[in-house]
Design a protein around this ligand. Structure first.
Ligand SMILES: Nc1ncnc2c1ncn2[C@@H]1O[C@H](COP(=O)(O)OP(=O)(O)OP(=O)(O)O)[C@@H](O)[C@H]1O
Length: 578
């Protein structure tokens, strides 16, 4: 646990943790010595000359004062270590997150990250202040006590030593039992959390289809039942372990008691010394018994450490040692293959997006269109082949330079809590107010602003919840216009927009895309018709490419698709139609 903690906080922040451990060990040894001094104190008190007690009493007082000082010192370091730990963990998590490839940020990961930066960090912060002390004390104090017992009576000390392996075994057995049940309970908690969210999200769909909350309610009920069962299992499996551990400690004490009584009856041990050693034996077992209740807290902290360690071990986006500057803004894929977690998605894709031209990418759902667009800004790196921007492998371009050349407009637009202007300014934080307003005008965001009661100061709500889908996309296009990057990657909205919004989005796009290298994942007839070239992607391969006329003349899948869709009135190039 301590080694994992030091690994996670990093070597430079490990010093306060190490100092804390030293303070705790010193404190625990002094505590053990103070307990052991009770033996000569009691012996002297019950002996023939009670005055002999004074030197021992002074020694006990001295050790107790030193123990108090060590305790105070460890408390101070504990608080300092907790604060340093939280700062260092947040920095390390933040640095790693900033260096992770953009593809890592799937929605579920973002949720986990929130948990990690709050709850897991809190759990780890508590380790120095609340866990290290009992952990160190429960080990070091009994060891000191046993070692000093050997000074007073080796036979009783031996009896105490013999109980140690048994205590360790039972401790391992009891924590092993609870660990399995704890894991099941954590999984059940997570599942219930997910079902509660689903239960809330699915309400509109179920009610619209007249089903009521029955099905998802049943799933939630199942999850709650599993959670209750898992919690009961924690008790059922945890309690025997706990009771077993307490019993073995009692047994250890009884063994020492019996040995001592036997030795006293035999005349080999004085009653005063026996009493004193029994007091010592109590001090030997007490700290160990206290660790029994720490099990679940220890596992929680251990799990938090594992989660943070896992994030810190995520590979970051490799940066070139010798970055090159792209010459121009054409984009080329050369024999690119790529897969997610070993599952191939693109194989042998070669394509060219000429500088200042528009390319429409069409194909069935799941054929890999979005993946193609995400390889350009290095959301992921290719498995084989090369993606080039301006003739340079994107892996050899400084990531900031690469991103400065690319604007991305996805379907799922995220807006920050704030005003519309603040949201547009994200495109180029150094832009003047006039530039931001001009971008807003070109993307037809001005019209939205006029409709809102607070005008430009209106808040968009978290995630842009107070705007419609089409309006959010217009704000996102305004951001891209303000950024003024020469390469634009655009995932055209599949969701139907009302005619007014649709026209506004089209106008906004025209303002954004004029004269740029444009890759558009096309879903609308007019977009495909306007493209300089069309690429047809099927199962991760470009199966057809050319202009609209060429592809129609070739009579391939694009042509049949075209014929079919031309018959339909409100058509779209989404996957279901293929
Ligand atoms: N982050 C990811 N992790 C794992 N698999 C993924 C990920 N993103 C996409 N995939 C898988 O890769 C394949 C291609 O997905 P992609 O989104 O590129 O297709 P698409 O042609 O854009 O589909 P659509 O038109 O439906 O958006 C799909 O099978 C998808 O399930």
């Amino acid at each position: 646990m301590i080694r994992r903690l030091i690994d996670v906080v990093g070597p430079e922040q490990a010093r306060p943790v190490r100092r804390m451990i030293v303070a705790l060990v010193v404190g625990a040894v002094l505590q053990g010595i103070a307990f052991a001094l009770l033996v000569p104190v009691l012996e002297a008190l019950f002996g023939s000359d009670p005055d002999e007690v004074w030197p021992w009493l002074w020694a006990l007082l001295g050790v107790s004062v030193l123990y108090g000082a060590a305790y105070y010192w460890s408390l101070l370091i504990g608080f300092e270590a907790g604060a340093t730990l939280s700062r260092s963990l947040h920095h390390r998590i933040g640095d790693r997150v900033a260096a992770l490839p953009l593809g890592w940020f799937a929605p579920e990961r973002v949720g986990q990250l929130g948990q990690l930066a709050t709850k897991s960090v809190m759990d780890i912060m508590g380790v120095p202040a609340h866990l290290l002390r009992p952990l160190v004390t429960s080990f070091v104090t009994p060891v000191t006590v046993i070692a000093l017992m050997y000074v007073f009576d080796w036979r009783l000390a031996l009896a105490a030593t013999l109980t140690v392996p048994l205590i360790v075994l039972v401790y391992r057995w009891s924590t092993g039992l609870s660990r399995l049940a704890d894991v099941a309970r954590s999984a059940a908690h997570a599942e219930t959390g997910g079902r509660v969210v689903e239960f809330a999200q699915v309400q509109p769909v179920l009610r619209v289809f007249g089903r009521g909350p029955v099905r998802s309610g049943a799933r939630l009920d199942d999850a709650l039942r599993t959670q209750t069962d898992a919690s009961r299992r924690v008790l059922v499996t945890g309690v025997p372990g706990l009771v077993g551990f307490v019993l073995v400690i009692q047994a250890a004490f009884t063994l020492i008691l019996l040995t001592g009584t036997y030795l006293a009856l035999d005349g080999g041990l004085g009653v005063a010394k026996l009493l004193a050693l029994l007091v010592l034996a109590v001090r030997f077992t007490e700290p160990i018994a206290e660790t029994a209740v720490l099990g679940s807290t220890l596992r929680t902290a251990g799990a938090a450490l594992d989660r943070v360690a896992e994030l810190l071990a995520q590979p970051t986006l490799p940066r070139s040692e010798d970055p090159k500057v792209p010459d121009g803004n054409a984009v080329r894929f050369e024999d690119v293959s790529f897969g997610y977690d070993g599952k191939p998605v693109l194989s042998g894709v070669s394509l060219t997006l000429g500088e200042g031209t528009m390319t429409a990418l069409v194909g069935p759902s799941g054929s890999g269109k979005t993946t193609v667009s995400k390889l350009v800004p290095r959301f992921w790196d290719v498995d084989s082949g090369v993606v080039r921007v301006g003739g340079v492998d994107v892996r050899d371009i400084d990531p900031e330079v690469l991103m400065s050349r690319i604007s991305v407009v996805f379907q799922d637009v995220y807006l920050f809590q704030g005003t519309i202007l603040e949201n547009i300014r994200v495109g180029r934080p150094t832009a003047t107010d006039a530039e931001v307003r001009e971008a807003a005008r070109l993307a037809r965001v001005e019209e939205i602003v006029h409709r809102l009661s607070d005008g430009w100061d209106a808040q968009v709500g978290e995630g842009g919840a107070l705007l419609s889908g089409g309006e959010r996309q217009r704000v996102s296009i305004a951001r891209a216009i303000l950024k003024n990057a020469p390469i634009v990657l655009l995932d055209e909205a599949t969701a139907s927009l009302d005619p007014e919004n649709e026209q506004a989005v089209q106008d906004a796009l025209s303002a954004l895309t004029a004269g740029r290298t444009l890759l558009v994942i096309a879903h609308r007839l007019q977009t495909v018709a306007a493209a300089d070239q069309i690429l047809f992607l099927d199962e991760g391969r470009i199966t057809e490419h050319g202009s609209h006329d060429e592809l129609i003349a070739a009579g391939g899948r694009y042509a049949s698709f075209w014929a079919e869709r031309s018959r339909a009135r409100d058509w779209s190039l989404t996957g279901q139609v293929f």
